[in-house]
Write a protein that binds this ligand. Structure first.
Ligand code: FES
Length: 152
């Protein structure tokens, strides 16, 4: 077989292989791009309205959850009438915590994780305390505002 014919065959194989790879890339790239979820930046919020004091007092368990950006928060009415707010996501495996007025603790039902009313983890598997947020009750509107840090 002449040497030139082998070169031509190699060239055609290379062309066919390259064409196949290019075709596969043109089909798969849009599929992967469609499947990858778009990045959504977290909304920067420094303060939210959790609820009104009247709404909080009308709850059976003296707590209410609310959205703070992409996080979930919990606002609690304590027996002494004070109000506190925390991030409501358990530091163990991200379950939502609840307030247990009978024990005066924040409780995670998933694995019986317990936090005291400062947010400190006191029993169960949670490895870290809950983040406690700052609340401000506006008496005029009855709204309970929650922010992540004390305003200067
Ligand atoms: S997720 Fe809360 S204790 Fe496990």
């Amino acid at each position: 077989m002449p040497k030139e014919k082998i070169k031509r065959r190699s060239f055609l194989n290379l062309l066919l292989g390259g064409g196949t790879v290019a075709w596969l890339a043109s089909v798969l790239f849009p599929v992967f791009k469609y499947m990858k979820p778009p990045e959504i930046p977290e909304a920067v919020q420094s303060q939210v309205t959790a609820c009104t004091l009247a709404e909080l007092q009308s709850t059976e368990q003296n707590y209410k959850t609310f959205k703070f950006g992409r996080k979930l928060g919990i606002v609690v009415l304590l027996p002494d009438g004070s109000i506190r707010a925390y991030e409501a996501t358990c530091t163990h495996l991200d379950c939502t915590i609840q307030y247990r007025p009978d024990l005066n603790i924040l409780w995670c039902a998933c694995h019986n994780g317990q936090y005291d009313m400062t947010g400190r983890n006191i029993a169960g598997p949670p490895p870290r305390p809950l983040e406690q947020w700052v609340i401000h009750h506006d008496k005029a509107s009855d709204n309970i505002f929650v922010s992540k840090e004390e305003e200067a």
